[in-house]
Design a protein around this ligand. Structure first.
Ligand SMILES: [Zn+2]
Ligand SMILES: [Zn+2]
Length: 454
């Protein structure tokens, strides 16, 4: 097996011979799978390779971690490094050893410190093609509803989904994409963040959708991305995918043309205005869903791992999204009974029931109307019970949840949880401070190629 022949971007199939010896490449692939599964350090990986070379003969495995990674690295085929001009923030054109900003008419050496300002883009088309070629995937594509269904059970039942996809009959003709962009702090004592640009295919069943998140871009800096530059290759590619689509060969050797439309952006209230080039949510008229004038309270955010067992209520300052989820839907009502005065408990129960209804598997129009009434009451009485200062933007957003379900199906179809768990995986892949962005992209790609990584 050579790098060029076998290690294409799709899943790598390894057939382990029963009686003949393992090849060096097979050994290395197994080692990489072990490394990812057990989160081994590179030093540990090198030590195991040394042992293999002693036990199995001197050529059983590579000698250094670099040669292992190099043997399976085909990111160069789909990865593009985009250098951003420090002066005007435009993407510079890159030649062999130099980069050039047309706007400012400046040329830099690629090795100069001015070229540290870059981000990585990975072709969406290649990744979708690879995904569609995976055995059984096209059979999983969800059939599109042709008429408005009476209840909402997935994204394809949503009003805006149906409107956008109305001209196309099958998912093989036109796919739709949900993408997400959000910053994740990398180091405790530094302002550096990674900003992954993730994509999922809406027409796959939820589990397959979650298992096959595509990574299209990665920004790593001590400042937020210049969205105009960072999203440019993505937008350019999406325009092509929507207008002309791409041609690929299915498992029967038939050539198929598939288009892809970006439909939903997942981001939090901090990243959303950056991406939309819109006012920050704490500004006047800061809600991008309505014309409410608003006066809102900013909340901080961060990202760390979520423990499986909920932490004490006294630690709620440190709770993460998943813990708030468990609190809201499972613990809060029984725990607060007898603690909160009856009117306040009744008020709280409105958000619990209102949001629960929108997370159902098969949501009826009546349930949406009921949820709308509960959430409107909840927001209205928030000021009465807790004062204007606590009528925050997040409380206001509750008013928009029922409409979001009408447009895109149950809340879980467009929840950020999927992408947040991938953020944790990306951070796990970064074991040192050098070349963070490149290292993460290469590890992400390598893991996708390992069929037994889990
Ligand atoms: Zn410039
Ligand atoms: Zn609003």
């Amino acid at each position: 097996m050579t790098n060029d022949e076998e290690c294409t971007a799709g899943p790598v199939q390894i057939e382990v011979p029963v009686d003949s010896g393992q090849t060096k490449e097979q050994n290395q692939l197994l080692l990489l799978a072990l490394k990812f599964k057990q989160s081994l350090t590179n030093d540990c990986l090198e030590d195991i390779m040394k042992i293999l070379n002693v036990v199995g003969g001197s050529d059983s495995a590579c000698r250094t971690k670099y040669s292992v990674y190099k043997a399976f690295d085909d990111t160069k085929d789909i990865m593009k490094i985009c250098y951003v001009c420090e002066q005007c923030c435009n993407i510079m054109s890159a030649e062999l050893d130099q980069v050039h900003c047309v706007q400012c008419n400046i040329t830099y050496d690629k090795a100069s410190r001015f070229t540290n300002n870059f981000f990585i883009y990975l072709s969406l088309e290649d990744q979708i093609k690879n995904l569609l070629r995976m055995p059984g995937i096209t059979d999983e594509l969800i059939g599109r509803q042709t008429e408005t269904s009476t209840s909402l059970s997935d994204i394809c039942d949503g009003f805006l989904y149906q409107k956008a996809l109305s001209g196309s009959e099958t998912a093989l003709q036109t796919l739709s994409l949900t993408f997400s962009c959000d910053g994740v702090p990398v180091f405790k004592k530094s302002p550096c963040s990674i900003w992954p640009l993730f994509c999922t295919i809406n027409e796959l069943p939820l589990k397959t959708r979650q298992d096959n998140v595509l990574l299209c871009g990665l920004w790593f800096r001590d400042e937020k991305p210049h969205m105009r530059s960072f999203l440019k290759p993505f937008i350019d590619e999406c325009v092509d995918l929507q207008d002309s689509g791409f041609t690929w060969e299915n498992d029967k050797g038939v050539s198929v043309n598939t288009k892809a439309i970006p439909l939903i952006l997942m981001s939090d209230s901090v990243a959303r205005p950056l991406i939309q080039n819109f006012k920050q949510f704490n500004g006047e008229y800061g809600c991008s869903y309505c014309l409410h004038e608003g006066k809102v309270v900013e909340k901080g955010r961060g990202f760390t791992r979520v423990p499986r067992v909920p932490r004490s209520v006294t630690l709620r300052k440190f709770w993460k999204a998943h813990e708030w989820y468990m609190w809201l839907f499972y613990y809060s009502l029984p725990v607060l009974k007898g603690v909160l005065p009856e009117p306040l408990l009744n008020h709280w129960s409105k958000i619990v029931k209102g949001v629960s209804l929108l997370l159902g598997e098969n949501i009826t129009r009546e349930q949406i109307t009921e949820s709308e009434a509960l959430l409107t009451d909840f927001v209205k009485d928030m000021e009465v019970f807790y004062g204007e200062a606590n009528l925050s933007y997040n409380v206001h957003l509750c008013l928009h949840l029922p409409r979001s379900v009408v447009n895109w199906g149950p809340l879980w179809t467009h929840s950020a949880f999927v992408f947040e768990s991938y953020n944790a995986k990306l951070l796990d892949m970064n074991k040192n401070t050098q070349g963070v962005a490149l290292q993460i992209v290469k590890m992400f790609w390598l893991q996708k190629a390992l069929p037994f990584y889990g």
